[in-house]
Design a binder for this molecule. Structure first.
Ligand code: HEC
Length: 109
């Protein structure tokens, strides 16, 4: 009789998945030597195996190291609009951005 609590659906399945992905990545934040192959695997979760995205997420395969690294930096620094990449790239120091970009450009061509 004291009124209903506001019904808010604050979390959808997609956000849960995102949270899980980000939780998986959290331990790499600030690490000096995260294995670039593992980093690339975490990217494949969204960008598709070898970056061959099956859906609307942009494909990464065939992209050059410089382009990937530049995109990650501009996401991280908030210069490029994004839905999720800014949050993902935030945990990446420069040397990890370079390492994962090198790994992807070398392996996902
Ligand atoms: C949770 C899903 C998800 C994960 C994990 C993810 N990405 Fe992305 N990525 C996206 C989406 C969605 C976009 C489109 C931009 C946006 O909305 O953030 C994108 C865009 C990009 C782009 C720009 C591509 C282009 O051609 O415009 C690059 C480069 C990129 N991601 C690299 C990575 C790398 C490297 C990783 C792993 C460290 C990674 N992404 C992990 C979802 C993800």
């Amino acid at each position: 009789m004291f009124g209903h609590p506001p019904l808010k659906l604050s979390i959808c399945g997609k956000m849960l998945m995102l949270a899980a992905v980000m939780a998986l990545q959290a331990p790499t934040a600030g690490a000096q030597s995260a294995d670039p192959r593992l980093l690339a695997l975490s990217c494949a979760g969204c960008h598709g195996p070898e970056g061959r995205s099956p859906g609307t997420i942009p494909a990464l395969h065939g992209q050059g190291e410089g382009a990937i690294a530049a995109a990650l930096r501009s996401f991280r620094d908030g210069q490029r609009p994004s839905t999720v990449m800014t949050r993902i790239a935030k945990g990446y120091p420069d040397q990890e951005i370079d390492a994962v970009a090198r790994e992807i450009a070398a392996q996902w061509k």
